[in-house]
Ligand binder design. Sequence first.
Ligand code: BEZ
Length: 247
Amino acid sequence: MKNAGFVPRLGADVLKLLNPQPGERVLDLGAGEGFLGEQIRDAGAHVVCVDASVEQITAAKARGLDGRVVDGRELEFEAEFDAVFSNAALHWMAPLDSVFGGVARALKPGGRFVAEMGGAGNVKAVQTALYDALKRRDLDGAAFDPWTFPGVDQINELLAGAGFGVESAALIDRPTEIPGDIEPWLDIMAAPFFTALSVEQRAAMVNEVREQCAPILLGQDGIWRVDYVRMRFVAVKDVAGKDEAGA
Ligand code: BEZ
């Protein structure tokens, strides 16, 4: 696996839920290289792609997209989008309440927030193996864990707190085939867990994680299927929103 290119290709369902319309202004939050942003544009919408990574935004711009390097917790848009879309990105952005506040501000009244992210139980087998391996080294996995995987109650609370009405929010099991071995996946997706380790310690920990996960995630066909769980939701900015109500 040279990159995480398989991730956006799994965004077809949430893109369908967005159902972008010609002439709409859509913010793609955590847009990566703009794979899905391009499809939103091809539907006739004007899309603004934001991502914290300079490299990803450079790639999005190479697709001819309006790309901007922006931290999801520091959105400064004011009531200018019909929809905010996000796929496989929000779980990297903590705390979510400040992200959702910025999303609410970015939307026009009645605008929609359509997103998919890791949900409660996402990559649990891998996360457990990572925590266990760090614990054997007297390190606390929570201190290195960059992920937020909310359940339905938590996402409802966060969205309501930011002034959204929730139309739907659900957890979806989606075991996901990854290309090749789990090591490159760990390199890209779980890098923060390895930051305190030397090169040798890292190699040993990767082997431990592989051994612990293989009985659960490695099929007899030699394919790794990581235990992804998606949180997919649609929320609408309250027309009589909390700002107007002074709450
Ligand atoms: C995901 O749900 O897309 C994901 C989150 C963290 C690590 C890997 C994948």
